[in-house]
Write a protein that binds this ligand. Structure first.
Ligand SMILES: NC(=O)c1ccc[n+]([C@@H]2O[C@H](COP(=O)([O-])OP(=O)(O)OC[C@H]3O[C@@H](n4cnc5c(N)ncnc54)[C@H](OP(=O)(O)O)[C@@H]3O)[C@@H](O)[C@H]2O)c1
Length: 202
């Protein structure tokens, strides 16, 4: 991890859960982490937790709003310089039945789990390319639901957003190879808490 010391990482969805743990771990390893979420107070508390070599800047914003997403990356560029690492972690699960077609639930999940991921990739790659960051790294947090392995009632729409991430990550990797870029892409597969889903559906 030494090569990342002092480099800047953007971690979305860092006010709780997996994103919070990733932000803290990267800061402990010496990275300057921009922890993104909507709940300001949680980000302030998180920033105060760092004991290692790095630091955490909380950035409050809603990344489903493309203007706010662009402002986030402009802020990073202006205050910290280029993005070296992007962790696309923010994601949401809303139990909903496909057959009911509740588009407000579909939109909420697709806006965050897919469109915001695409926007963050666009802005992070542009930053890396502008500054000649050849060893940049993009990490997309996925789920077992993003693969045709296991599904539970009410999770099909969520699963479809994660299937999209599986395909889009593969596509991004191939495009970077076509471009002869050495920027790396990783997809992390997280096991779901099925009991959570089932408890929401009963
Ligand atoms: N936990 C699991 O069992 C599991 C399993 C498989 C995959 N995953 C995946 O792992 C990732 C993290 O899951 P988690 O369980 O740790 O999630 P979580 O605890 O619910 O955290 C979600 C994070 O996203 C942020 N967020 C939500 N909407 C946002 C928005 N519009 N703009 C900016 N930030 C927003 C939330 O912060 P604010 O509310 O403060 O904005 C929060 O920090 C997700 O992609 C999820 O699909 C999780």
């Amino acid at each position: 991890m030494d090569r990342w010391s002092g480099k800047t990482a953007v971690v979305t969805g860092a006010s709780s859960g997996i994103g919070r743990a990733i932000a803290l771990a990267l800061a402990e390893e010496g990275l300057t982490v921009v922890a993104v979420a909507r709940r300001d107070q949680r980000l302030k508390e998180l920033a105060s937790r760092v004991e290692g070599k790095g630091r955490i800047h909380g950035y409050t914003g809603d990344i489903t709003d493309d203007d706010q997403l662009k402002s986030l990356f402009e802020w990073v560029e202006k205050n910290l310089g280029p993005v070296h690492v992007l962790v696309n972690n923010a994601g949401t699960t809303i139990p909903t039945r496909v057959s009911e077609g509740d588009m407000s639930n579909w939109r909420r999940m697709y806006s965050l789990n897919v469109f915001a991921v695409g926007g963050c990739i666009r802005e992070a790659l542009a930053s890396m390319r502008r500054h000649g960051v050849d060893d940049g790294h993009i990490v997309n947090i996925n789920s077992i639901s993003g693969h045709p392995a296991a599904h539970v009632p009410g999770s099909w729409v969520y699963a479809s957003t994660k299937h999209a991430i599986t395909v889009l990550t593969e596509g991004l990797m191939r495009e970077l190879v076509e471009d002869k870029s050495s920027i790396k892409v990783t997809v992390r597969l997280i096991m779901c808490n099925y009991f959570f889903y089932l408890s929401q559906m009963t």
